[in-house]
Write a protein that binds this ligand. Structure first.
Ligand SMILES: Nc1ncnc2c1ncn2[C@@H]1O[C@H](COP(=O)(O)OP(=O)(O)OP(=O)(O)O)[C@@H](O)[C@H]1O
Ligand SMILES: [Mg+2]
Length: 258
């Protein structure tokens, strides 16, 4: 792989729903091992943009490249094929199944006995226990417990553990800390950093600059479907970025600095 090439490149993306233009000429790239905060107010287009990456929407205009390959078909298999996992608060887990079953959801290991296929519970339990401990579940939680007993932050750990185990390359966290306590938010943020340090691309969507400024390498701000800022986090303060959002991109960083 050519290292100078971004992992994901979105070029001049328009997305039109009926008469409403949700994305306007958005160009943005993302690299391996990067933690990018995708920030903007309600309705800015954050979720819509990442849904294109997951194959849930096809762009009306524009091109998307993954690892240098142009994506021609946008369908729900795309995310699986490309190794993209999206994590949303409390979505995507089955409450009445065990942690181990949830961990392998959709990819259950099978072993054969007398020529017949059986779910390999032993493997599910062992493997999920190992990965779950690594991602910080309480000591007294067992892989056989139902997901229902877990806190919001612990549920995130299961999804994240799953993503790492199945060698995903991109983790998209869409408002991952909504409804979480301060302690759990910190836990989720540590996981995001841990994933990036393992070389994954982490796209972290939030309304709140402060939530992601301190942990991200770069901040991309969307406003009314347009990209208004794309800057290294170390080149600006959270306050400067908040000011940009407040003024809908009409103030630049230089003006902020006076
Ligand atoms: N399937 C759809 N059909 C029509 N309009 C849509 C559709 N999906 C999203 N939109 C519109 O596109 C705009 C962007 O929505 P999007 O969900 O991407 O915003 P967001 O930045 O994720 O906001 P939030 O922070 O509230 O999640 C909104 O005005 C929304 O109503
Ligand atoms: Mg959204």
């Amino acid at each position: 792989m050519n290292d100078s090439r971004p992992l994901i490149e979105m070029k001049n993306i328009d997305l039109i729903f009926g008469t409403f233009q949700a994305l306007k000429d958005v160009s943005v790239s993302f690299d391996n091992g990067e933690l990018v905060g995708l920030v903007g107010d309600n309705g800015a287009g954050k979720t819509t943009l990442i849904r294109i990456l997951c194959g849930m929407h096809a762009p009306t205009n524009g091109e998307v490249y993954f690892d240098g390959q142009k994506i021609n078909r946008f369908n729900p298999r795309l995310a699986i094929d490309l190794g993209i996992e999206t994590i949303q608060q409390a979505v995507g887990l089955c409450n009445n199944l065990s942690i181990a079953r949830n961990f392998y959801l959709g990819r259950e290991p099978v072993k054969r006995r007398w020529g017949l296929p059986f779910l390999d519970f032993e493997k599910m339990r062992k493997k999920s226990e190992h990965v779950i401990r690594e991602f910080g579940l309480r000591e007294n939680v067992s892989p056989d417990d139902e997901v229902e007993i877990l806190s919001g932050g612990e549920r995130q750990s299961i999804k994240i553990g799953h993503a790492v185990e199945f060698k995903n390359r991109v983790i998209i966290m869409d408002e991952p800390t909504n409804h979480l306590s301060v302690r759990e938010r910190e836990h989720v943020n540590r996981l995001a950093v841990q994933l990036k340090e393992q070389g994954l691309l982490v796209i972290y969507i939030t309304h709140a600059i402060n939530q992601v400024h301190g942990i991200s390498d770069r901040i991309v701000i969307l406003e009314n479907g347009e990209k208004i800022t794309d800057i290294k986090s170390s080149d600006c303060t959270a306050e400067e970025l908040i000011n940009i959002i407040r003024h809908g991109g009409r103030v630049g960083l230089a003006e902020n600095r006076g």
